[in-house]
Design a protein around this ligand. Structure first.
Ligand code: AMP
Length: 172
């Protein structure tokens, strides 16, 4: 997967100072390259047979929904606050500066259904960890997390449930 790094652009100080943003849009633009990344994920997910794939807004939606469609598995959106209609379940979580919140529609998950969370990138793990809490709070059986990219130095894995599958494809 190392050779795919040439399809990832690094943008300094985006979206704020001090962050080196990993822009993976060039991967999505090239079907052969995107395929190369998705096929291992597709195999992994078809082996563990989740009932649903949950994607985290918004960049997580791209691969999560593509995989759900390909694997004939239902897709559940985990969204930023005030985007979902009806009753929602939410969790607040800390960011480097300030706080954020993720929400899911109440009753969107049948009790104990097996769910894998997908996001584009694992950094500090705050977002994925909050998404996992949310799935459990909504009654789901969280079975793992998968990411296209992992920034290993930030040790985000340590914030995730280590008993579960934590898979990432391109590691920095
Ligand atoms: P974290 O909660 O720190 O693990 O951050 C993960 C979320 O923030 C993911 O949804 C990413 O899309 C985004 N993110 C964090 N850091 C970066 C980065 N350096 N480049 C691109 N996206 C990032």
């Amino acid at each position: 997967m190392e050779h795919l790094k040439k399809y990832i652009n690094e943008i300094k100080d985006f979206p704020k100072e001090g962050i080196v943003f990993k822009d993976i849009n060039p991967i999505y633009k090239e079907p052969m390259i995107w395929n190369e990344l998705m096929i291992p994920l597709q195999k992994l997910i078809s082996n563990i047979k989740p009932d649903y794939i949950a994607g985290i807004e918004s960049r997580g939606f791209i691969s999560a929904s593509a995989l759900a469609f390909k694997l004939d598995v239902g897709f559940i959106p985990i969204r930023k606050p005030n985007k979902l209609p009806g009753n929602v379940v939410g969790v607040n979580y800390k960011l480097e500066y300030g706080e954020d919140r993720l929400e899911i529609q109440q009753n969107s998950i049948e009790k104990n259904s097996k769910i894998i969370i997908i996001d584009d990138l694992l950094a500090t793990g705050g977002t994925a960890s909050a998404a996992g809490d949310l799935i459990r709070e909504a009654g789901g059986n969280l079975i793992g997390y998968a990411f296209l990219v992992e920034l290993t130095e930030l040790q985000g894995r340590k914030r995730l449930d280590t008993n579960l599958l934590v898979e990432s494809l391109i590691k920095y």
